[in-house]
Design a protein around this ligand. Sequence first.
Ligand SMILES: [Zn+2]
Length: 349
Amino acid sequence: MHPWNQPFELDYNRRIFDEELDEFLPEKIFDAHVHLAGPGCIPEEKPFSCGGVPVTNYTYENLACDLAMAFPGRETAALCFGFPDPAYDTVASNRYVGNGADFRRFFPLRLLDPLRDTAESVSADLDRFGFLGLKPYPDYARPGDIPNAEIPEMLPDWAMELAHERQLLVVLHIPRPSRLEDPLNRRHIGELCSRWPRAKIILAHAGRAYYLRGIIGLLEELRHLPNLYFDVAMMQHWEVLAYLFREIATDQLLFGSDIPIGLAQGKAVEINHQYSYVTPRPWSIALCDDRGRMRFTSFLNEELRAIRQASEAARLSRSAIAALFHDNARALVDGVPSRKFNLNPVSKT
Ligand SMILES: [Zn+2]
């Protein structure tokens, strides 16, 4: 059992939810950023660290249980993909995510490894499993020099041709140390959107903009691209979110949690124009509260708190908040002409 399912964390997280989030959150939540791993996808000896919690399995059953726990009383749905790491079994991961999706509540994306996949192999999987889109990652694109991977290496033309033809979603975790500050990244995002207008590009973590210098003044070239979307997974800095909400049209904003990472305890923090996380458990990319000075809640609760504060600052209406948390993602999923949608009994009659 994961620590977030045990009373010490569960009861406390629930209290925060009841006191601070319940009245703010709409009835329906569509989480556009969830990672899953079926049995055998992550090697036992190389667990994925969710904020210091080692995970080798995170199944659809875990997700259903945890969504009910994290969003009490809400109707929930999710866009799901594997853990993108070349050291894991990507083929098994795609098979698990594809096979388990029900296309009513849980919708699958396919991890894309441009060095091992081909147009034929991806096409065959799109037909077989009905994936609604692709999840590339810098680690697949330039394994020997991950920090300097470029977007066209992550998404070669043959993959974008498929995405364009089939009107797929592409969840893009942008590469390179300077993120949106890097003009090459901004140019590549613009080119991607305009060359392949039928593809829908979703910038994960709004371009990994966890701190103010990662976003202020950087959205000008991006804000008018009609097929570009921004997910807010793991963003916990309310001023960053408020800036995003003011600059970007509401119908291009998507809620995401980065579950299961979002369920671990901790908080993302900005310090001196940089960001890190503070966590109660040691995590390689975080500062650790090893003296136990703080009582933490989940990253997800921190994200929801920040979204609430930013929505108030940016004066989002109730309908804009419902769009951010559900309607926009639902419309994106419904807009992909996947074969699997035709399998439901209504369309057979
Ligand atoms: Zn993620």
